[in-house]
Design a protein around this ligand. Structure first.
Ligand SMILES: *[C@@H]1O[C@H](CO)[C@@H](O)[C@H](O)[C@H]1NC(C)=O
Ligand SMILES: *[C@@H]1O[C@H](CO)[C@@H](O)[C@H](O)[C@H]1NC(C)=O
Ligand SMILES: *[C@@H]1O[C@H](CO)[C@@H](O)[C@H](O)[C@H]1NC(C)=O
Ligand SMILES: *[C@@H]1O[C@H](CO)[C@@H](O)[C@H](O)[C@H]1NC(C)=O
Length: 310
């Protein structure tokens, strides 16, 4: 009898533990607002964003002031891309912040590139003061810096921008882009930005892409580069968020093998890797494994406990 009672107690404890492990595993979705991975999403409502929703992806931006309706579980981060969007941004941003519970807003896209938002630090500073700075107090949002390309003049551009602001621009985090092929150099690059400006970092575009005339990355090299850079950022406190380039069909001159979406609009194998769904490559994400193990333990323990009690 004593040993029966002990056995039953042990089994009930095991079942209780399994249930709480199960609850913890299910909670993974609830922590999405604090996970770092996001989507660089220019597709509007026209593509299936739900296939990217996972515990690992918590947010997206659209290179515009617009949020989309079909991504209710992901946090939207609107952007003032450049002068082209001034009016659209100004007339919609307040209602967008309210409707989509916006917590952060991004600023100018690659202002140091003539083919992108192409802004002088002085013009950017005056646009910032007009359209962005007021939102911090009126709407309680955090503001991301203009996002320079990884052209070496990016650091100087940000320094000149901050000088031109004369203390009137509150940058809550530095946003930046990175295109190259070496994960170690990626780490030094973003660490340098963090050390120089003393702010958290958001990498709002990055990919394994050679813009210096060298060979493009192979599929294997891309997988490895993504794994190493993503692991580094997941483990590094000063990196708040990141978004790979990109979740759309036409990568506009970036190595198409970096795409997270294929030509039919479906998530690629690289996309599965990005969102932490590694079942396709045989492994099974640790979250999925934890869930299956805990459900199995729970069922088994309950079954045995019932047997013993009967
Ligand atoms: C921005 O929008 C506000 C109203 O939301 C308006 O009062 C203001 O004039 C606009 N500013 C510009 C520069 O368009
Ligand atoms: C990547 O960069 C690091 C640091 O510059 C260098 O030591 C390493 O050899 C590079 N790796 C490759 C594969 O080029
Ligand atoms: C990187 O690869 C390792 C080994 O396959 C895996 O355990 C880890 O989850 C991967 N990390 C990311 C961020 O994909
Ligand atoms: C993960 O990938 C596999 C294989 O591509 C797919 O069948 C499964 O639906 C995916 N799971 C999630 C959660 O996306």
């Amino acid at each position: 009898m004593t040993s029966f009672t002990t056995l039953t107690t042990v089994l009930l404890l095991a079942a209780t533990n399994a249930i709480s492990a199960h609850a913890r595993a299910l909670d993974i979705r609830d922590v999405t607002t604090s996970s770092k991975a996001g989507l660089a999403w220019p597709n509007g409502n026209g593509e299936n964003i739900k296939q990217y929703e996972s515990g690992k992806v918590s947010w997206y931006y659209t290179w515009s002031p617009n949020c989309i309706d079909i991504a209710a579980s992901l946090e939207c981060v609107p952007m003032l891309w450049g002068t082209d969007q001034e009016n659209a941004f100004n007339s919609t941003i307040e209602s967008t912040i309210d409707s989509y519970s916006v917590k952060a807003v991004l600023a100018f896209n690659e202002p140091n590139e003539m083919g992108q938002s192409n802004l002088s630090p002085e013009d950017a500073a005056s646009m910032w003061k007009q359209y962005l700075e007021p939102l911090r107090s009126s709407k309680n949002v955090r503001l991301g810096s203009p996002a320079p390309s990884s052209n070496p003049d990016g650091v100087t551009w940000i320094q000149d921008f901050l000088n031109a602001c004369e203390g009137g621009c509150t940058v809550d985090f530095i946003a930046l882009h990175y295109y190259d092929v070496n994960a170690t150099e990626f780490q030094s690059y973003i660490t340098n930005y963090h050390n120089l400006f003393g702010k958290p970092i958001w990498v709002t575009e990055w990919a394994c892409q050679n813009f210096n005339g060298g060979a493009q990355c192979s599929d294997e090299a891309i997988k490895e580069f993504m794994n190493q850079t993503e692991s580094f950022m997941d483990a590094t406190d000063f990196v708040e968020r990141y978004a790979w380039f990109g979740a759309f069909r036409n990568l506009q001159g970036v190595n198409p093998d970096d795409a997270l979406m294929d030509q039919n609009g479906k998530i690629t194998a690289l996309g599965d890797q990005y969102i932490g769904n590694q079942t396709s490559s045989g492994g099974g994400s640790s979250a999925a494994v934890a869930l299956h193990v805990s459900v199995f333990t729970y069922v088994l323990a309950t079954f045995v406990a019932l047997l013993v009690l009967l």
